[in-house]
Design a protein around this ligand. Structure first.
Ligand code: DC
Length: 225
């Protein structure tokens, strides 16, 4: 039986992961958060004291690295780094910067490509990231470019950080999002862009439930599910 692939790309803080997870649960598909994979590689760069912008040093580190995905009983994705569960640690703002730097390196992207494709061969997936519809799964049955204004995304991120007990000033979060947007869209390796054939979904004026309904209706329309 062939699998169905839903590729969701967009900038950070657009609500991709929450929405993609909810959509996957509604459809009975596996949710794959590829940002978490880049974050895990970013964390390992920090732990190994490797400059995340140094491609030679990073490429030398990759072969010894064990980055694994697991799903817990509740179906949540967990990330393991050399056997250790790092799912919480990779969410620290400092690791966002490491992840953004390592994700700009072609050697890192190539190294992680097969892991992502294999998951989509074995399972029907909702996979979110930056280059899923354009590079990782260019033949995906459904491609969505999910976005929201930088201000709305910063507000949502602030709320999320507060709920996690690690609040940060709005201006800092906003600047961080703008910096990351710039790096993610201007890098040479697989820059963030709306893939050919992707449907644009802007959630700036939508709440969670409205965004989820819009997302599911695009998926259902395209797949006949
Ligand atoms: O979605 P996120 O914020 O967890 O992603 C962390 C970083 O990884 C972000 O800077 C973009 C990068 N990334 C990427 O380049 N390609 C992906 N498919 C997913 C994430």
């Amino acid at each position: 039986m062939s699998t169905i692939r839903v590729a969701i790309d967009g900038p950070s803080g657009a609500g991709k992961s929450t929405l993609a997870r909810a959509a996957a649960a509604a459809l009975g598909f596996l949710y794959v958060d590829t940002g978490a994979i880049y974050r895990t590689v970013g964390l390992s760069a920090r732990e190994e004291d490797v400059d995340p912008g140094d491609e030679t040093a990073m490429a030398a580190m990759l072969p010894a690295l064990r980055v694994e995905l697991r799903y817990d009983k509740a179906g949540r994705q967990r990330m393991l780094l050399n056997g250790r569960d790092v799912s919480e640690e990779i969410r620290l703002p400092e690791i966002s910067r490491y992840a953004s730097a390592v994700s700009a390196l072609p050697a890192v992207r190539a190294y992680l490509m097969e892991t992502q494709r294999e998951l989509a061969r074995k399972n029907s997936v909702v996979m979110d990231g930056r280059d899923i519809g354009s590079v990782v799964l260019p033949d995906a049955e459904v491609k969505i470019f999910l976005t929201a204004s930088a201000r709305v995304r910063a507000e949502r991120r602030c709320r999320e950080l507060e709920e996690r007990g690690t609040p940060q000033p709005f201006e800092e979060v906003f600047r961080d999002i703008e910096d990351r947007d710039f790096r993610d869209t201007h890098r040479e390796a697989a820059p963030l862009r709306q893939a050919d054939g992707a449907v644009l979904l802007d959630t700036s004026a939508l709440d969670f439930q409205q965004s989820l309904e819009a997302l599911l209706s695009i998926i259902r329309e395209r797949t006949g599910l």
